[in-house]
Design a protein around this ligand. Structure first.
Ligand code: NAD
Ligand code: IPM
Ligand code: MN
Length: 351
């Protein structure tokens, strides 16, 4: 079996973590009897500075034929973020209808949480984030620039289809994990979109009587992710809330450099995209010290999505074993002094 994979390293440490982890991706394919043909597209901020656009006009036509996409990160300190992200990444998520964003937060054995009293495996939850609409809908406007009556409107959009799809995906995951679902909204203040979302959760819950449903407001959920992260299992949330909660999830489980994610096109008519949760990290870009493990875990999720479950487990387990080994190299975000390349070299040895 041969899979085709589009690589979009993007910007900053995105380029470093994709370049460094690529050999690992290929090793694992070899040892599991399949192959991956990768094509690299150097789209991103450098291209924008040189040519005025992050991606070519036909970027999504080019990407559409691939089995999956692996993205590094997008964002450059000299270009406004809304230009770079709306020029790359956000349009891919939307055009390919990658409605389900799945983001696990696991405190691995051997990793220290900034929260007191948690050991390896105490924290293990997954956020199902709606990924193509909600607060990220590109609907609104900004006019009368510079006048006293200047106005900006940004409309959040909640469709029945989009909401049902993410909520159902989260219930399926909760069923598989034999666990609990926490629905996070802000229905006390947002009486249309968020109340609609809650109603859909109630409707779909009827199909999953075995899943316990907890309901939290997003402010309290943010507090509880710090106060009692061990009690969460599956969280379902809107686009913006899911974005914020997954940064909290990443850091309570040790580092932004350990958090993977999958942007999934549920119907399978378009490629899904896999990426670390973190950004281009301009503060450490070019230093060669970015933690590559979020990307390795994202590749594991990619292989799982392609049905290569053994390869997916091999990668996930290698990361787990490496982190549990106190003699293994670690990047500075995990308290070590190793370089990105040393962490990957050690992982390759383990494989
Ligand atoms: P960031 O995730 O890039 O960095 C936040 C902090 O975490 C920084 O201190 C950084 O050094 C650290 N960090 C992140 N990843 C790390 C890794 N792998 N190893 C070690 N440390 C790591 O978030 P930010 O600073 O808010 O954003 C920087 C740029 O990235 C902005 O332009 C933003 O819009 C963009 N961004 C892009 C994505 C994406 O492409 N998926 C995600 C988030 C932010
Ligand atoms: C993420 C990022 C993006 C998001 C930004 C860069 C638009 O923060 O993937 O978490 O909010 O989705
Ligand atoms: Mn984010």
């Amino acid at each position: 079996m041969t899979y085709s994979l589009a690589l979009l390293p993007g910007d900053g440490i995105g380029v470093e973590v994709i370049d460094e982890t690529l050999p690992l991706l290929e090793d694992v394919a070899d040892t599991h009897g399949f192959s991956v043909e990768t094509e690299r597209y150097d789209w991103g901020s450098q291209r924008y500075l040189e040519e005025g656009a992050m991606m070519p006009d036909d970027a999504t036509d080019i990407l559409e034929g691939y089995d999956a996409i692996l993205l590094g990160a997008v964002g450059h300190p000299d270009i406004p973020d809304h230009v770079t992200l709306r020029g790359m990444m956000l349009p891919i998520r939307k055009t390919f209808n990658q409605q389900v964003c799945k983001r696990p937060s696991v405190l691995f054995d051997g990793v220290e949480s900034p929260l007191r009293g948690y050991d390896g495996d105490d924290i293990d939850f997954v956020v199902y984030r709606e990924n193509t609409e909600g607060e990220y809908a590109d609907i609104g406007g900004h006019e009368h620039h510079g006048f006293g009556h200047e106005v900006a409107v940004q409309t959040a959009v909640f469709t029945r289809k989009g909401t049902e799809d993410i909520v159902r995906a989260a219930f399926e995951e909760a069923t598989e994990r034999d666990g609990k679902l926490t629905n996070v909204t802000k229905s006390n203040a947002q009486a249309y979109g968020m109340v609609f979302w809650d109603e859909i959760v109630d409707e779909i819950a009827a199909d999953y009587p075995g899943v316990e449903v907890e309901r939290l407001l997003v402010d309290a959920a943010s507090m509880d992710l710090v106060r009692r992260p061990d009690e969460f299992d599956v969280i379902v949330a809107s686009n913006l809330f899911g974005d914020i909660l997954t940064d909290i999830g990443a850091i309570v489980s040790g580092s932004m450099g350990l958090a993977p994610s999958a942007n999934i096109n549920v119907e399978g008519e378009y490629p899904s995209m896999f990426e670390p949760v973190h950004g281009s990290a301009p503060d450490i870009a070019g230093d060669g010290i970015a933690n590559p493990l979020a990307t390795v875990l994202s590749i594991s999720m990619l292989y799982d999505h392609l049905g290569e479950t053994a390869a997916a487990s091999t990668l996930w387990d290698a990361v787990e074993t490496q982190l549990a080994d106190s003699d293994a190299p670690r990047t500075p975000d995990l308290g070590g002094d190793a370089r990105t390349s040393a962490v990957v070299a050690d992982l390759r040895d383990r494989l």
